[in-house]
Design a protein around this ligand. Structure first.
Ligand SMILES: N[C@@H](CCC[C@H](N)C(=O)O)C(=O)O
Length: 296
């Protein structure tokens, strides 16, 4: 099928989940050419639409990376970071992705499956409801690496948590200690994260209640990160001596992010569920001349 380079009818939407914001590009048949430079141009907050990332909405059967999941999930979330890099998974993004599918009438309310590079995720869409969405995020993997995160003159030990994408979770005394986060925190040993890492800084707010800031790989500091909140909840539970696979009881952490609140539950089988908002803000059409320059 011919790839779309010039189009007057390239549609986009803008959405967010706890202020982690995304440009949404519906492209069921995977005909839109989306090189990294064009994604970065769309996500640019001054010269483009602006977003922490981009949700390319494609039928799984039409995307080479998702074809094997087509039997399980009709739709593939081809997620890109704001710098154009291609990554495994976005927790806030998958809720916004599902909200788009719901609003566009492309799925029925109830449980839907969404294919991602991090595997198929189950998303629960309550009937006729714009409220919170719950996603089954899968299990966390916690390698026993001695990771250190450094910002400015300060260093902290961090927990390595993989939620399909990589995270380093550091418990700090004060979220301000993370500094302005204009640049990515340093980490060591470098070999633990060969493709970079999302870094979460965490403080306690109360019992099973924490707050975090995050520096996202490929995006900079964002106001929320869903996979990051899951990584934080699991790291906090282990630090607190709680492991549902041992106690046999689920545990829920409230995770406050700069853009709102996410509820994270870990079940005895290790499955993690995340609940939070998903909002469609606007819809429009990308200017054909601007798009030509973005593709050059
Ligand atoms: N904001 C997302 C995570 C997006 C991907 C991340 N920046 C990475 O490179 O792994 C979320 O809500 O999980």
């Amino acid at each position: 099928m011919e790839r779309v380079r010039t189009t007057a009818q390239l549609a986009f939407l803008k959405g967010h989940g706890t202020e982690n914001d995304f440009v949404i590009v519906p492209d069921p048949d995977n005909t839109v050419d989306l090189p990294a430079s064009a994604v970065a141009a769309l996500c640019d907050r001054r010269a483009g639409i602006g977003g922490d990332g981009l949700l390319h909405v494609v039928r799984s059967a039409a995307h080479p990376e998702a074809r094997t999941m087509a039997g399980e999930a009709e739709w593939f979330m081809d997620y890109r970071n704001a710098d154009g890099s291609t990554v495994e998974m976005c927790g806030n993004g998958v809720r916004v992705f599902a909200r788009y599918l719901q609003r566009a009438g492309l799925v029925e309310d109830g449980d839907i499956a969404v294919a991602t590079r991090g595997g198929v995720k189950q998303v629960h869409l309550a009937k006729g409801d714009d409220g919170d969405i719950t996603v089954s995020m899968g299990r966390a993997v916690l390698p026993e690496d001695g990771v250190t995160v450094t910002v400015g003159g300060r260093s902290w030990p961090a927990r390595n948590v993989n939620m399909g994408n990589p995270h380093a979770v550091a418990f700090v005394e004060d979220l301000e200690h993370a500094g302005d986060l204009y640049t990515a925190p340093a980490f060591s040993p470098a070999a633990v994260y060969p493709t970079g890492v999302n870094v979460e800084f965490v403080v306690d707010r109360g019992e099973r209640h924490v707050a975090m800031r995050v520096h996202e790989r490929g995006a900079g500091e964002t106001r929320s990160c869903g996979t990051g909140a899951c990584a934080v909840a699991v790291a906090a539970a282990r630090r607190d001596g709680v492991d549902p696979s041992v106690t046999g009881a689920p545990v829920t952490y409230t995770v406050d992010v700069l853009g709102g609140r996410l509820m994270i539950t870990e079940r005895p089988d290790g499955g993690i569920e995340m609940t939070g908002p998903a909002v469609i803000v606007a819809a429009g059409t990308i200017d054909a001349d601007w798009w030509e320059t973005a593709l050059d």
